[in-house]
Design a protein around this ligand. Structure first.
Ligand code: CAP
Ligand code: MG
Length: 404
């Protein structure tokens, strides 16, 4: 059976897709490589498996995607999409097109969306972050170091009262930010409303609390309203499980609060080297949607993530992008004081470093854990080794011993 796929091939190394959105994929197939590439371009733009009489030649030349680069050896494909295919400011629609049906095509063995290049007019149709990295640093009075945050542990289990007490203890010990864990929303033992009330009773303006509002959209709004009306400064959303429509909805309500993006479940689509989509793509759409701080990986912690990729993502998040504010990268997952020098060397200082077990697992308790982290940061700032610094800093000494 003849497919219409090959007409989507416009191989031309010199093609300059200025007013197109470009998607870069890697493809593995046991079928004809070029035909499958054409099929991907067809299915993700205007086509289907057979020619249809309702599609005119004029329509095809105006709206079809074009495969302008295809290398069978590496599997690399570049597809250009006319911008008029996309509704401005609509992330779900973008994903339904360029990261939708194509993964299910029988001929596709593996397909990974590696990167997206978007023209300024499309990028500017999104609001981007409200505060951005600089706005977050401003809340914390612009320290000349990475921001230090903590996730309360255990993930779930503390009552609202215990949760608030522990938050108070570690905020007084110095952390800039405390956050709910990704699976803590509202439970019988720790109801959202009570948690907000108890924490807002003592939280100072320069401290950030990220309340996890993740829920069905109407409940997310109620929770966001409560945080805003209680004087809070940050909303946390599990951006993958809640979905980008939910993120865009909360951003559209213009609370003026920081939006912290937790990426729980991202690895279902990012972890395979050959299939799914990359964390870079998620980072780009998170910034479009208005996420102010985004988990991007640690290199040295418990979660998978390669140094070069994480550095590229963090550089992207902090760089100029058609006037959208930068998103602050967040390193989190299996971090503890001993790792701070490597973290700062590899990922720099414009970053939020988040410690869960690495603070609350300190042998002398959570406040001592906070002090150990700050001592590690101070050691780096004054070019001292952790071992030397630990000789006069007891909490750091205990941490080095405990986690060595
Ligand atoms: C870290 C964490 C974060 C992960 C998310 C956890 O706790 O709270 O959710 O960092 O991973 O639940 O594992 P620990 P990522 O500090 O105790 O490891 O940032 O890679 O999305
Ligand atoms: Mg967590």
């Amino acid at each position: 059976m003849e497919t219409p796929y090959k007409k989507y091939l416009h191989l031309n190394e010199h093609f300059e897709p200025e007013e197109y959105l470009v998607a870069i994929y890697s493809l593995e197939t046991d079928s004809d490589f070029l035909e499958t590439a054409g099929g991907i371009a067809a299915e993700s733009s205007i086509g289907t498996w057979t020619a249809v009489g309702s599609e005119s030649e004029e329509m095809f030349s105006r709206l079809s995607a074009r495969v302008f680069f295809a290398d069978e050896k590496s599997g690399l494909l570049k597809i250009a999409y006319p911008l008029t295919l996309f509704e401005p400011g609509n992330i779900p629609q973008l994903l339904s097109s360029i990261a939708g049906n194509i993964y299910g095509l029988k001929e596709v063995k593996n397909l990974k969306l590696l990167d997206l290049e978007m023209p300024g007019s499309y990028v500017r149709s999104f609001p981007g972050p409200c505060l951005g990295a600089d706005g977050i640093y401003e809340i914390a009075n612009n320290p000349e170091r990475p921001l230090i945050g903590s996730i309360l542990k255990p993930k779930e289990g503390l009552s609202a009262e215990e949760h608030a007490n522990l938050t108070k203890e570690i905020m007084e010990a110095g952390v800039d930010l405390v956050k709910d864990d990704e699976n803590l929303t509202s439970t019988v033992f720790n109801p959202f409303d009570e948690r907000v009330k108890r924490i807002m009773a003592f939280k100072e303006k320069s401290k950030i609390y990220a309340f996890n509002i993740t829920a069905p959209a109407q409940i997310m709004k109620e929770r966001a309203d409560l945080v805003a009306n209680s004087g809070g400064n940050c909303l946390m959303i599990d951006i993958i499980t809640a979905g980008f429509a939910a993120v865009q909805y909360i951003r559209s309500l213009n609370y003026g609060l920081m939006l912290h993006g937790h990426r729980a479940m991202h690895a279902t689509i990012t972890k395979s080297r050959s299939h799914g989509l990359s964390m870079m793509v998620l980072a780009k759409i998170s910034r479009l949607a208005g996420i102010d701080s985004l988990h991007t990986g640690t290199v040295v912690g418990k979660m998978e993530g390669e140094q070069q990729e994480i550095k590229e993502i963090n550089n992207f998040l902090l760089s100029d992008w058609y006037g959208l504010k930068p998103t602050l990268p967040v390193a989190s997952g299996g971090l503890y004081p001993n790792l701070v020098p490597n973290l700062m060397r590899i990922l720099g200082e414009k970053i939020l470093l988040n410690f869960g077990g690495g603070i609350h697992g300190h042998p002398e308790g959570s406040a001592a854990g906070v002090r150990a982290v700050f001592q590690a940061v101070e050691a780096v700032k004054c070019n001292s080794s952790l071992c030397d610094y630990a000789q006069t800093h007891e909490e750091l000494r205990l941490a080095l011993h405990h986690w060595n």
